[in-house]
Design a protein around this ligand. Sequence first.
Ligand code: CA
Length: 296
Amino acid sequence: MKDVTENLEVVLAHTSMLGECPVWDDQKNSILWLDIVNGDIHEFYPKLSKGKTFTVRQIVGAIRLRTSGGIIAALQNGFAKIDVETGVIEIIGNPESHINGNRFNDGKCDPAGRFWAGTMSISETWNAGNVYVLEPNLSISKKIKGVTISNGMVWSLDRKTFYYIDTPSHQVVAYNYHIVTGNISHKRVVIDIPEVKGYPDGMTIDTEGMLWVALWNGWKVTRWNPYNGKLLYTFSLPVANVSSCVFGGDGLGDLYITSARSGLNEKELTEQPLAGSLFVIKNCGFKGVPEFRFKG
Ligand code: CA
């Protein structure tokens, strides 16, 4: 393991069981993230050093911001709109109400303002999950069948490619993406991540179109070139289960990174007291692009 990245900071003294799905709100200058298994939506204002937590009392797999304010979420009970100020949760629909044992995992909004989110078996049964899309008109359709641990959605800067990770595959795959229809096609592997490096989890993109992949059981966040599959850069962390990352802060020059306590035994938890923390690398040397919001 390389030395821990020098300018890495812990954002606040709080640890999540399964910290995930960081979102930078570029209008409120706040960072949001989840504790999936505890059903917590956290929001923190770095400049004010204060924050709050909203509990949805069920598993929350993914959240994104809406253009009209508030949050769109993929909950245990399906897609929902959440007003974190009033606490109102409005369930939209559950495409897997007939499937016991699945939960939603990671999700993102596409350049047309659709919300994409995948499911997985809580027992991690192979190929038991699917990827769905929630349209701005609130209709739901299935996009990818038979995935295991759905993660890492990103759209290329030219908005013509969709990058996706099914974690146990150890790959980042690309699809042709059509912004008007939302159709994806022509799946191909663009990055192979050797098992020894860890499991690819959450993903984001920078201003040069390079992909940032958090490595679960890999102690790091990594930067990859999707055009030749090469590893370009690594930030090392003091925790094994690095789950996701997003650019935030002024000019989107800070890299926020989530991590987890789940998956670690007691000895590992003692050795990794910061597991489950939200980290930031300020002025990390790279910049992100604003994330898309749900249109509605
Ligand atoms: Ca994840």
